[in-house]
Design a protein around this ligand. Structure first.
Ligand code: FAD
Ligand code: NAD
Length: 465
């Protein structure tokens, strides 16, 4: 039996990054992946393909609606969905090949097959070859799968999850999305831009319920202008497949059942940790109520040499959170003293404009009785925004009422996914709003809105409004 210092199960952003860091630290490392390609949900059916389609559909929308305003005459553009999907597939395979290359470069042995615990050090691999390998340390990085509730079971044809939505063969006429969270709004945006009517059925009273309320409200206004329809406070009771579509029974706030019909229904009500066939019972590991592997603050399970990271454990289901945890565990195994500040894990929604946030929301600060100040600046007041005709959104900075330390930054803006990093760096160094306000920002850029919001938070003294 081949012996390793570390065996990683799962090759998503948590697993493959952890394997690289282990190898960098001189640990003999193997990674086990049940699929033929490496990269997990993120590279194969998550972050990367969704961003490829978001970019393609945004180009289409710009060509259709905005080229004319820029003084560019073109024939009316048409969607070539098969070609768009082929480009997406190419992006996926290049990115997955990149991970394969990184495994080879770092001399990490890759096993393809379903990994399962025989005992706390032995993993059997049920694949083309039935291997058994030994690991001094095992890292569980088996990720997550789409969740659904009774009555909305995906048939993967008309009632679909994000995985099928990333490979549809036609643009739906009417896409019904259950869940106004990240997946619903990103994939709803893709098909909305390509011509679908999109209706979002959401259980709660607004979009992105876990983010600062300002963001959900602002994004709702923007998406409504794009043609999205929203049914808030509506609970889906049953989704039925019809001959060429779907029919939903939905309970409204008054308790009445209404019928909503479309040709596809995307179920996007969250994801659940994936531990099937992992053999956790063979080493006495239990999962919590949500099915997640239970770990302590060091991401260590109750079996000392077994760790778990990423979507399969508690916390935000984000690729960069999984990566940080992968590095954390590798360094811990190598007897270092790593640290993760979960408060500073940024969250992004890749609509257009993008939504991004880090730190505490206004609601959270109110709940914990913290006195704070808020500075807000609209994107439309920027010269850069007018030049680019990208004027929607705002930046909101929340700082401590007494010390002015930045406690949370929430934004909707073009390229907010990149802009948020200024806030993350500032907060990592415990900057005050005034620290950000006194930094020279290049003109004309969207980053000037960060400075202006910081000026607004410091002493209500933005310069350009
Ligand atoms: P995963 O990426 O799920 O990888 C787990 C791997 O383990 C899989 O390859 C699986 O096949 C393998 N595996 C499972 N069990 C076994 C076993 N027993 N043996 C062998 N292999 C096994 N996050 C972001 O931060 N940004 C985004 O833009 C973003 N977009 C997303 C878009 C969509 C449509 C979806 C669905 C998700 C998106 N996410 C995004 C979330 C992100 O994909 C996940 O948070 C991330 O992939 C989690 O990484 P992970 O390594 O924990 O698990
Ligand atoms: P989510 O938790 O973001 O949103 C689910 C939404 O569904 C919530 O608004 C919730 O109120 C609603 N909901 C739940 N049950 C419902 C019901 N019965 N009827 C109607 N609405 C209901 O989950 P998601 O959008 O499925 O995404 C799953 C995970 O994937 C998230 O944790 C997210 O972090 C990750 N992800 C991240 C990105 C990104 O970082 N850009 C992109 C896609 C996915």
């Amino acid at each position: 039996m081949e012996k390793y210092d570390v065996v990683v199960i799962g090759s998503g952003p948590g697993g493959y990054v952890s394997a690289i860091r282990c190898a960098q630290l001189g640990l003999k490392t193997a990674i086990v992946e049940k699929y033929n390609t490496l990269g997990g949900t993120c590279l194969n059916v998550g972050c990367i393909p969704s961003k490829a389609l978001l970019d393609s559909s945004e180009h289409f929308k710009t060509a259709l609606h905005d080229f004319d305003k820029h003084g560019i005459d073109i024939n009316t553009p048409k969607v070539n969905l098969p070609k768009m999907m082929t480009r997406k597939e190419e992006v996926i395979s290049q990115t997955c090949d990149g991970v394969q290359y990184l495994m080879e470069k770092n001399k990490i042995k890759v096993y393809h097959g379903m990994g399962s615990f025989v005992d706390k050090n032995t993993i059997s691999i049920n694949g083309e070859k039935n291997d058994k390998i030994y690991g001094d340390n095992i890292i569980i990085a088996t990720g997550s799968k789409p969740n659904f509730f009774p009555g909305m079971e995906p048939d993967k044809k008309r009632i679909i999850t994000s995985t099928e939505a990333l490979s549809l063969k036609e643009v739906p006429k009417h896409l019904i999305v259950i869940g106004g969270g990240v997946i619903g709004l990103e994939l709803g945006s893709v098909y909305g831009r390509l011509g679908s009517q999109v209706t979002v059925v959401e259980f709660q009273d607004g979009l992105l319920p876990t983010m600062d309320k300002t963001l959900g409200k602002e994004l709702m206004k923007i998406l409504k202008k794009e043609g999205f329809k929203f049914l808030f406070n509506h609970a889906v009771q049953k989704v039925n497949s019809t001959k060429d579509g779907v029919q939903l029974d939905v309970k409204n706030k008054k308790g009445e059942i209404i019928s909503v019909e479309g040709d596809y229904c995307l179920v996007a009500v969250g994801r659940k940790a994936y531990t099937e066939k992992l053999g956790l019972e063979n080493i006495g590991l239990e999962t919590d109520k949500a099915g997640r592997v239970i770990t302590n603050d060091h991401l260590q399970t109750s079996v000392k040499n077994v760790y778990a990271i990423g979507d399969v454990v508690k916390g935000a289901m984000l690729a960069h959170k999984a990566e940080e945890e992968g590095v954390f565990v590798a360094e811990l195994i190598a007897n270092q003293k790593p640290h993760i500040d979960y408060n500073l894990v940024p969250g992004v929604v890749y609509t257009w404009p993008e939504v991004a946030a880090v730190g505490k929301t206004e609601q959270e600060l109110k709940e914990s009785n913290v006195d704070f100040k808020v500075g807000q600046f609209p994107i439309r007041a920027l010269g850069r925004a007018r030049a680019s005709m990208d004027i929607q959104g705002l930046i909101k900075i929340i700082s401590d009422a007494t010390t002015d330390e930045v406690l949370g930054v929430h934004m909707i803006a073009p390229r907010a996914a990149d802009l948020i990093m200024e806030a993350v760096v500032a907060m990592e160094y415990r900057a005050s709003a005034e620290d950000i306000a006194r930094i020279c920002h290049p003109h004309p850029t969207y980053s000037e809105a960060v400075k202006e919001a910081a000026l607004a938070a410091t002493e209500s003294r933005p310069l350009h409004i």
